[in-house]
Write a new protein. Structure first.
Lengths: 255, 467
C-alpha cells in the first residue's frame, strides 16, 4: 500500500505557521507537508493533522531562526509567508529552514541552491510590490480629516507598508484598506494597528478633495511627451492590475 | 523684496501650462537623500527613491515637476519657453505652488517637488522667487519631502548657496554638449554661466561634507548631490564628445547624474535639425554607456574614440566593446575577479555580486549562473564554466555579432530609458535599403554580409544626429 503523507494544517497566522514548523521538525516522520487551512484542497492520499497555534512553540522557532540562522533569514521567512497563498509557501519555508538549521547564517549565500533560490525569488516579488505600493497608494481626504486609501495588492503587505507611512505622514490620521483581504492599517498620529474589518460606510470626501484630484489628473496629462509614447513600457512599469485606485488612470470616480 | 505676479489664471490653468513647460526636463529622481521627519513636521525622504506613477511614455513620476514661471527673457532655439515662441505665459505665486505641493504630498501622489523656471525678468529675480518657495515649504509647512531645484544660470552665489540649504538636489543644465552649439542655439548662455554655478555648488557640497565629518553642526547642503542634463540630437556633437564630457563632469564636479534628453522637435529654427521622431535609440545607448562609466569601471575612451565617434546602433555598448576585445575572453566564471565579471556582456551588477558569493559555496555551471540572473544569450560567447564553454563552435566576432543581433529582437529593455519598439523590430525587416550601412555602423564592425538586417537608412539618419 502507498504510504500516506501527513499534512500539518495551521490556522493561517504567522504564529500558526511557526507552530506547525515546530511540530513537523520535531516529529520523526519523513514525508511531512505543511499547509494553511485557508484555501486547502483535500487530497485522499494525505492524512490531515490540525495544529493548534501555540505561542510558546512559535516563539521557540522564532528565536531559533534568529539565533541559529540569522535575522535576514527570519525576514525572508516572514516575507515569503506574506506572499500570495497560491503556491506551497509553507513547504518552501520549511525546506529553507531545514537547510538553514544545517548550515547556519551562511544559508543565504547558497544562491544556486533551489531551496534558497525559491525563497529569494518570492521575497524579491514581495519586496517589489512593497516598493511599488509605497508609490501607488493614493489617499483621499475624507470629511473629519482622515486620509483613506484603498489598495488591492497581490501580497498581504499591510504590515510592511504601515511603518513607512507612519513615518512619512506622522501628523495625519490615515487608513490603508486592503479591500481584497478585508483588512486595514489604521494610524492615529501616534501608532498604527492592523484590524480585520469590512469597511462599508466610508465617509464622504472632504470638499477640497475634488480640486486636488483634478489638478493631479491634469498634471499627469501635461507631463506626457506624446512623441515618446510607449504603451508597452508603460504597462510593464505600471501594471494594469494597479490602475483601479490610481486617480490619474481615471480609477473609481468620486468616492 | 516685493514680488508682483499677475494672477489672472486659475491654479489649474497655471499648473497645466507650467507642467507642460517643465516636462522636457528628464530627471525625476528622488533618491540619494534621507532627510528625516522632524517632530510635528510633514514627510521624509526615502533614500532609494520612489516612483509614484508612470506616464504613457514610460517615464517615472516621482516629483511634481513644474516651472515657477515660463515667462522667459531668453531665446534658446531648442526650448518651448523661448521668448519668440507664441505660448501662454504665467507665473506661480510661491503660496499657490506650496499649497499644491503639500496637498499632493499628503495624498501620496508625489515624493516632492522638482522646481525649475524660465528666466523671469532676470536671473537673480527668478532665483529669489525659487528660494522663497523653498523657504515657505521648509519653514512654514515644515516639509521634509524631496526638493530638487534648478540653479538659474547667472544668479548670484549667495542666492544659490541659500537655495542649497533648503534643497536635496540642485542642478544646472549643460543643455548642449559644446560651446559652439551653445553659441548657435542658446546665444544668451555660455560655458561660464553654466559651469560657474556647477563648480560653486560642487565645492559647497564638498565643504559641507567636511564640516559634517568634523562634527560641526553644518546642516544639510544639497545632500542628494547635483545633476545636469543635455540635449541629444539637436546639434552635430558626437557621442564621444558627450561621453567624454559626462566623464569629466563625474570626475571633476562629482555629479550624481548626467541626464540625456533626446531632442523633441519644438521649433522650426533654421539651425535645428528637422526630424520626425526624437532620437530615442541614441539616448538609450548613451544611458547604457553612462551606466558603464559609473558602475562598471569603464572609461569613455574604451568605448569610443575619435575615429569611432558614435555608439553602435545595433549592439549595446558593452557587447560592442567585448566584440572588439575578444582577446580578453573567454573568462572563467569560477575564477575571474569581480571587475572582470562586470565586463562580461549579460552580467550585471547584481549577477556579478551573486556569482562572487555563490561560487564560495560550490563551483558554478551554466545552469547555476542562469539562476543567478546571468543572461546566457549574451554571456555564453564570453565565458567558461569549470573550463567548458557553452558552444562547441569556433567563434569569431562576425559570428557572435550575427547571433547577438538575432537575439536582440526578443530582448526587452528593463532600463529606465525606453527602447523604442521600432528599434527592436527593424532588426529583422527584409532589406529595403542596405545603403548607408557602414556610415550608420559607427561601432567599427563591418556588417558586410548582414546587410539584410540593416533597417532603412532614413530611419536612423536622425539618430546619428547628422545635420
Amino acid at each position: 500500500m502507498m504510504r500516506e503523507t501527513t499534512c500539518y494544517l495551521y490556522d493561517g497566522s504567522f504564529e500558526g505557521l511557526l507552530t506547525a514548523i515546530f511540530e513537523a521538525f520535531t516529529c520523526r516522520e519523513q514525508s511531512i507537508r505543511i499547509a494553511s487551512e485557508k484555501g486547502l484542497q483535500h487530497n485522499l492520499l494525505e492524512r490531515y493533522v490540525t495544529v493548534e497555534t501555540d505561542l510558546e512553540k512559535a516563539k521557540r522557532v522564532y528565536r531559533s531562526i534568529l539565533n541559529k540562522i540569522s535575522r535576514n533569514a527570519l525576514d525572508n521567512v516572514y516575507r515569503v509567508y506574506l506572499a500570495d497563498r497560491e503556491e506551497d509557501n509553507a513547504g518552501i519555508i520549511f525546506e529553507y529552514l531545514k537547510f538553514g538549521w544545517k548550515v547556519g547564517a551562511r544559508v543565504d549565500s547558497y544562491l544556486s541552491d533551489d531551496r534558497v533560490l525559491r525563497v529569494h525569488k518570492i521575497r524579491q516579488r514581495v519586496d517589489l510590490e512593497v516598493h511599488r505600493m509605497m508609490g501607488f497608494v493614493r489617499f483621499r481626504l475624507l470629511q473629519g480629516g482622515i486620509y483613506y486609501a484603498p489598495i488591492e495588492p497581490d501580497n498581504d503587505i499591510l504590515t510592511l507598508l504601515a511603518p513607512h507611512f507612519s513615518k512619512r505622514f506622522a501628523d495625519q490620521s490615515w487608513v490603508i484598506h486592503d479591500v481584497g483581504r478585508d483588512r486595514a492599517a489604521l494610524y492615529n498620529k501616534k501608532e498604527w494597528i492592523i484590524v480585520d474589518a469590512r469597511l462599508e460606510k466610508i465617509p464622504e470626501a472632504d470638499d477640497s478633495e475634488q480640486t486636488y484630484q483634478e489638478l493631479w489628473k491634469h498634471f499627469y496629462n501635461s507631463v506626457t511627451i506624446k512623441e515618446r509614447f510607449n504603451p508597452g513600457l508603460h504597462k510593464r512599469l505600471l501594471p494594469k492590475r494597479y490602475w483601479r485606485y490610481l486617480i490619474e488612470k481615471d480609477g473609481i470616480h468620486g468616492i | 523684496m516685493d514680488i508682483v505676479v499677475t494672477n489672472t489664471l486659475s491654479k489649474l490653468d497655471k499648473l497645466k501650462i507650467l507642467a507642460e513647460g517643465a516636462k522636457y526636463d528628464v530627471s525625476c529622481v528622488s533618491s540619494g537623500s534621507s532627510r528625516k521627519n522632524t517632530s510635528g513636521g510633514l514627510g521624509d525622504s526615502f533614500s532609494g527613491g520612489i516612483c509614484h506613477s508612470f506616464t504613457p511614455d514610460g517615464r517615472c513620476i516621482s516629483l511634481l515637476k513644474v516651472l515657477l514661471s515660463n515667462d522667459c527673457v531668453f531665446n534658446c532655439a531648442y526650448c518651448v519657453n523661448r521668448i519668440s515662441n507664441d505660448v501662454p505665459r504665467t507665473t506661480f505665486k510661491p503660496e499657490e505652488l506650496a499649497d499644491i505641493v503639500i496637498n499632493f504630498y499628503r495624498r501620496n501622489y508625489i515624493e516632492g517637488l522638482f522646481l525649475s523656471s524660465a528666466v523671469y525678468k532676470n536671473a537673480n529675480y527668478t532665483m529669489e522667487l525659487l528660494l522663497r518657495t523653498l523657504k515657505l515649504l521648509r519653514e512654514e509647512y515644515r516639509f521634509n519631502g524631496y526638493i530638487h531645484v534648478k540653479a538659474i544660470p547667472g544668479a548670484s552665489h549667495e542666492l544659490i548657496e541659500q537655495a542649497g540649504r533648503y534643497a536635496d538636489r540642485m542642478s544646472v543644465n549643460i543643455e548642449l554638449p559644446s560651446n559652439d552649439s551653445l553659441k548657435l542655439l542658446a546665444p544668451q548662455k555660455n560655458k561660464e554661466t553654466i559651469l560657474g554655478p556647477m563648480s560653486f555648488i560642487s565645492s559647497m557640497i564638498r565643504e559641507n561634507r567636511e564640516n559634517m565629518k568634523k562634527g560641526k553642526n553644518a546642516g544639510y547642503f544639497v545632500p542628494a548631490g547635483q545633476s545636469t542634463q543635455l540635449i541629444v540630437g539637436a546639434t552635430p556633437d558626437t557621442d564621444v564628445k558627450i561621453l567624454k564630457l559626462s566623464e569629466a563632469l563625474y570626475r571633476k564636479y562629482s555629479l550624481k547624474r548626467v541626464f540625456y534628453s533626446a531632442y523633441v522637435p519644438v521649433s522650426n529654427h533654421p539651425a535645428l535639425p528637422r526630424i520626425d521622431k526624437p532620437p530615442l535609440l541614441r539616448e538609450h545607448r548613451l544611458y547604457q554607456a553612462d551606466w558603464l562609466l559609473r558602475f562598471y569601471g569603464f572609461r569613455a575612451d574604451e568605448l569610443l574614440s575619435p575615429d569611432r565617434p558614435n555608439l553602435n546602433d545595433f549592439l549595446d555598448p558593452k557587447c560592442d566593446w567585448a566584440l572588439r576585445n575578444l582577446h580578453l575572453f573567454p573568462v572563467e566564471i569560477n575564477k575571474c575577479d569581480y571587475e572582470t565579471l562586470l565586463r562580461v556582456p549579460g552580467i550585471g551588477l547584481k549577477s556579478a555580486r551573486r556569482i562572487v558569493v555563490a561560487r564560495k559555496r560550490s563551483s558554478l555551471d551554466f545552469e547555476d549562473i542562469k539562476k543567478l540572473g546571468v543572461v546566457l544569450k549574451r554571456a555564453q560567447y564570453f565565458i567558461t564554466c569549470r573550463g567548458k564553454s557553452y558552444c562547441k563552435l569556433k567563434m569569431n566576432d562576425q559570428f557572435i555579432f550575427q547571433n547577438l543581433l538575432l537575439d536582440g529582437r526578443t530582448e526587452s529593455t528593463r532600463h529606465s530609458a525606453p527602447a523604442p519598439e521600432y528599434e527592436q523590430l527593424s532588426f529583422l525587416l527584409p532589406a529595403r535599403n542596405g545603403y548607408g550601412a557602414n556610415e550608420l555602423h559607427s561601432g567599427g564592425i563591418l556588417v558586410g554580409g548582414f546587410a539584410n538586417m540593416i533597417p532603412q537608412a532614413e530611419k536612423f539618419k536622425s539618430i546619428t544626429g547628422e545635420l
